[in-house]
Design a protein around this ligand. Structure first.
Ligand SMILES: [Zn+2]
Length: 319
């Protein structure tokens, strides 16, 4: 990446789309958020985003060289088209590169999976490329992931690599949103964690008194309640995080054995659980008998809601 390169990162979310313009060293110069309104179709989306980008560039008095678009789905890095995006109906096979260049002129354009983009942003800005092999897990309602192999994002043959959330950690286990059973996401995704909490609350409600005082009823439970209650000494919430850590450890142990990475970062909202998740997780991993790869892999938790935008913008400047 050239020292004076400026790049645009667009991170398409279910409700909102974030647009950031990055300057030197990945610093955000300006940031905006607009409603995604994916049902209006990709053409409408492109013209709204393009208009915002041109306004932002005008106020900054610059023209960005790169442009990275990140969204949930599988993408073809060669054509830049979306191959599969269950939440963006009618978007696959649309030529974003052509549509955007019509509106804002030709740029170094890429389309990337949003978790891959976020992990790349974390690899460059947070991990600071200390090592060539790096894994990131995005822990939200679902669990996403990204794999950096020998300094490059690993995309796989069909562009769908890095679906760490759908790694099997329990044979015939809990039902995952993907339709399969026993995926890591079914235990470490937001809804999986809540399922664990509800089950444990039904067994021993007394242990979760602080938790229950934070939310009106078990049906309104969210992971943030579990983080807060654990912090306040709620025994049940602390146990829920320990159970979550056990499944995460199983997934991470497999990844460490396969990839022998320099670092693994956990990103996303669940990081609010802090030491209540990290302590049992580190304890589990410390018990692994094959010490070498585990001592090498630095495990950390980090949160920056802009990693998706940042990573997309940085990736656009990589080629
Ligand atoms: Zn799954």
């Amino acid at each position: 990446m050239g020292k004076n390169s400026v790049s645009i990162g667009v991170d398409v979310g279910g409700t909102y789309t974030k647009i950031a313009i990055l300057g030197k060293n990945g610093k955000i110069l300006e940031k905006k958020q607009v409603p995604t309104q994916s049902s209006l179709g990709p053409k409408d989306f492109v013209s709204r985003i393009a208009m915002t980008i041109l306004e932002m560039e005008k106020s900054l008095k610059l023209r960005a060289e790169g442009f990275g678009l990140a969204l949930a789905g599988a993408v073809d890095p060669v054509s830049g088209k979306i191959l599969f995006a269950p939440n963006l109906k009618g978007w696959p096979n649309f030529d974003f590169k052509k549509a955007f260049s019509k509106e804002i002129g030709s740029r170094n354009f890429i389309v990337e999976n949003d978790a891959n983009a976020a992990v790349w942003g974390c690899y460059v800005l947070d991990f600071k490329r200390k090592g060539e092999n790096f894994l990131g897990l995005t822990l939200g309602t679902g669990v996403g992931g990204g794999i950096v192999c020998q300094g490059k994002l690993y995309r796989g043959s069909a562009g769908s690599a890095g679906e760490i959330g759908h790694m099997r950690v329990a044979v015939g286990g809990e039902l995952c949103h993907c339709g399969s059973r026993g995926c890591l996401e079914a235990y470490a995704g937001g809804y999986g964690i809540i399922n664990t909490a509800r089950r444990m609350l039904a067994e021993s409600p007394d242990k979760g008194r602080i938790l229950l005082s934070l939310c009106a009823e078990p049906s309104a439970l969210e992971p943030r309640h579990l983080s807060e209650a654990a912090q306040m000494g709620d025994v049940l919430s602390q146990e829920v995080w320990a159970v979550t850590a056990r499944y995460l450890a199983a997934g991470i142990a497999s990844l460490v054995m396969i990839f022998n990475p320099d670092g693994i970062s956990l990103l996303g909202g669940v990081s609010a659980a802090g030491r209540h998740l990290m302590d049992p997780l580190k304890k589990e991993l410390a018990q692994e008998p094959f010490k070498l790869p585990f001592s090498r892999a630095k495990l950390r938790m980090t949160e920056n809601a802009d990693f998706g935008c940042i990573g997309a913008a940085l990736l656009a400047l990589e080629n």
